[in-house]
Design a binder for this molecule. Structure first.
Ligand code: SGN
Ligand code: CA
Length: 679
């Protein structure tokens, strides 16, 4: 050791010690976070929100100890999308999880990843539903798919295990086991994701009949006639009276019926339990057979079977929330632990005659949100700020003292809890899963404290406007009513502004393929990033030369008409000179995941006027076409009537790398385009 280092040593040791102490202190101060989320738990079925149909004394404790949010909304009322938005702090069109069919790209930046990188221990137990392998968690134990109610399977850090017992109890047990074993020198974050009370609503044995004599009141609008509402409201498949399934939902075993979620769940019971189960439901189903119920009577009977099972499932959720809260209290963890209780979205409990969710109507659009954090938040606060699941990541990071990553679109509401200043004036919504189960049309919309404007699109083009103060149950569509003209205009422009701000100017509309009448323009354009030398195509004006992929000319599947971008975005600027009277622009991409070629992660069209301002655009129409040599060609097309368009910019964002689970996982992803068409 030389002289210099000898002298420095005590100073360095002191410094290291000091920083370790500071770190330890900081770790002690940082809050733990327990994020409990149930599946399909409507606020109405939590007594601190309503109380007319059930009691949830344990969940209510969180409201008593902390804050009850009365205006929390999801951005896309279906499981996978809501979960992805919560994890990424991004809207569905940005994080890619637009519906339950998509595989979530686990390579994305998420809340648990950021917490973990900042010293948190992280875990998730319960429903995941994002198909890809969970990432960002030290410990994960999730059910495959939707999971099962009894004796369920889990995947624990990659290994399949079968647990004995009832799902809600098992999830809480496992979560507490992990908390007990954690490193107490560091803060922790755990997501406890219940399956319950998701369809097909199988209660724990002791709770099965607990609501059978309760006579839960029917909502006033149970027999809604949808007069004056859109065709989307009328033509869904989620009516209690018509669409509850006799086997799945009413649990009337029909031996001839095909395998369904109820049968899969019931089959998990041990034979002796199955016999008891069947005999209980046999007795409960007797009126159905004996009284030969019809019409409205049958509808009401179905409603009761549904709601009684649903509420009975919630009973166990409530008990388990109590177990978690007691654990914190008894172990001195209450003060510095944030406890969140929420649901991935709301749920219809017979309002409009519906079950399920998906619509932007308040029952499914709103989420219960209760948060206690005794160290920072006063007890018993009711907060009416407009917040979204989009904001959860930003808010939790804020409380953890961590800067929100720039790509997270949500806002922290940490400082808006006892603040009369508004966090925002409106919330945004976009639902995509159509065609799909329950047949709810695609729609997007805006909600302010007083109004809601919804646009249904895809194979329909209809609007709904509700005056929420006068019509909280959304029974009277006042769209185009003279008295609301001014409001409608304001909401419409606010909605357009939001779409631009959130970069949600892309709608996937697979319509019938129309013949392309492409005019070769042969004019120059600028590319921010050059295409890869390997797939640079031929010719100067390749993207505007009128030649589109000639499938016959190639055996490899890649003709010289394609431009390929490896890892890079396609950012293209087309100058529009006076001679061009274009009314429509289209761009085509190849999707061939086997060859690591994906359609863009997001795509934006910008129409720009001479003052260099962006003119708002319509959403593009999307056409997918199977390609003879494999894969699909997807074209995105927008029409515009605006005069004075001087430039069109197209930004197609590359995924960067192939997603988790893909054979090329982590390797560069490609975008392939072969033509920009102006009409
Ligand atoms: C299942 C249910 C649907 C439900 C979706 C999505 N059918 O498919 O009723 O809308 O899940 O729910 S079932 O017959 O299989 O129970 S989500 O909460 O996961 O989005
Ligand atoms: Ca759900």
């Amino acid at each position: 050791m030389n002289k210099k280092s000898k002298i420095l040593l005590p100073v360095t040791t002191g410094f290291v010690l000091q920083s370790i102490c500071a770190l330890a202190q900081q770790n002690m101060q940082r809050p733990n976070i327990i994020y409990i989320m149930s599946d399909d738990h409507a606020s109405k079925a939590i007594s601190c929100y309503d109380g007319s149909i059930n009691k949830t004394p344990q969940i209510d404790r969180i409201a008593k100890n902390g804050v009850k949010f009365t205006n929390c909304f999801c951005t896309n009322a279906v499981s996978g999308p809501s979960r992805a938005t919560i994890l990424t702090g991004q809207l569905s069109h940005i994080n890619g999880m637009v519906n339950n069919e998509v595989v979530f790209d686990s390579a994305r930046l998420t809340l648990p990843k950021v917490l973990r990188a900042n010293g948190y221990q992280t875990a998730i137990v319960g429903k995941w539903h994002l198909k890809s392998t969970p990432a960002g968690f030290d410990f994960w134990k999730v059910m495959p798919g939707q999971g099962e109610y009894f004796n369920p399977d889990f995947i624990e850090n990659g290994k399949k295990v079968r647990e004995e017992g009832y799902i809600t109890d098992i999830i809480t047990d496992n979560a507490l086991q992990w908390i007990r074993k954690r490193d107490t020198a560091r803060p922790f974050f755990i997501m406890i994701h219940n399956k319950a009370p998701h369809r097909p609503w199988l209660p724990k044995f002791e709770n099965i009949c607990s609501y059978d004599t309760a006579h839960i009141p029917l909502p006033d609008n149970f027999f809604d006639d949808f007069n004056n509402r859109s065709a989307a409201a009328k033509n869904q498949k989620m009516m209690v009276a018509r669409d509850l399934d006799i086997n799945i939902d009413l649990k009337i075993i029909d031996t001839l019926s095909i395998e369904n979620t109820y049968q899969i769940n019931a089959a998990r019971l041990k034979p002796e339990d199955r016999r008891v189960w069947d005999s209980i439901y046999y007795l409960r189903n007797k009126p159905y057979f004996e009284q030969k119920l019809q019409g409205k009577e049958l509808a009401v009977w179905k409603f009761r079977r549904y709601i009684n099972d649903y509420l009975a499932c919630i009973k166990t959720v409530d008990d388990n929330v109590g177990i978690v809260l007691d654990y914190l209290k008894n172990n001195g963890l209450e003060e510095n632990t944030i406890v969140v209780y929420t649901s991935d979205q709301g749920f219809f409990l017979g309002e409009h005659g519906f079950f399920d969710k998906r619509f932007m109507y308040d029952e499914s659009y709103s989420m219960p949100l209760l948060i206690q954090y005794p160290k920072k938040l006063k007890a018993g606060i009711v907060n009416d700020q407009l917040v979204m699941n989009l904001d959860f990541a930003a808010t939790l990071l804020d409380w953890a003292g961590i800067k929100k990553p720039a790509q997270m679109q949500g806002l922290s509401f940490a400082n808006y809890i006892e603040n009369s200043k508004r966090l925002r004036n409106a919330t945004y919504y976009h639902y995509y899963e159509y065609p799909g189960e329950h047949a709810v049309k695609r729609h997007y919309g805006i909600r302010t404290e007083k109004y809601k404007l919804i646009h249904y699109y895809y194979d329909i083009d209809q609007w709904e406007l509700f005056d929420l103060e006068k019509d909280p149950h959304e029974m009277m569509n006042v769209y185009n009513k003279p008295a609301y003209q001014e409001i409608q205009k304001q909401l419409d422009s606010a909605l357009n502004k939001m779409r631009l701000e959130y970069k949600d100017t892309l709608i996937s509309i697979p319509v019938n393929v129309k013949k392309i009448s492409n005019k070769a323009l042969n004019f120059s354009y600028e590319l921010k990033y050059p295409p890869s030398a390997k797939y640079a195509g031929k010719g100067k004006f390749l993207l505007t030369d009128g030649k589109i992929e000639n499938q016959a000319s190639t055996t490899t599947g890649f003709s010289e008409n394609w431009l390929g971008f490896q890892k890079d975005n396609l950012e293209l600027t087309l100058p529009i000179h006076n001679k061009i009277h274009a009314k429509e622009i289209e761009i085509r991409f190849l999707e061939l995941p086997d060859s690591w070629i994906f359609q863009p992660e997001s795509l934006d069209f910008y129409l720009i006027n001479e003052k260099n301002e962006i003119i708002s655009t319509n959403k593009p129409i999307v056409v997918r076409q199977k390609r003879a040599t494999g894969g699909e060609i997807i074209s995105y097309k927008i029409a515009f009537n605006q005069k004075g368009v001087k430039k069109i910019m197209i930004k197609a964002v590359n995924h960067g790398v192939c997603p988790v689970g893909h054979p090329g996982e982590g390797k560069p992803a490609w975008i392939f385009t072969d033509e920009v068409i102006l009409r």
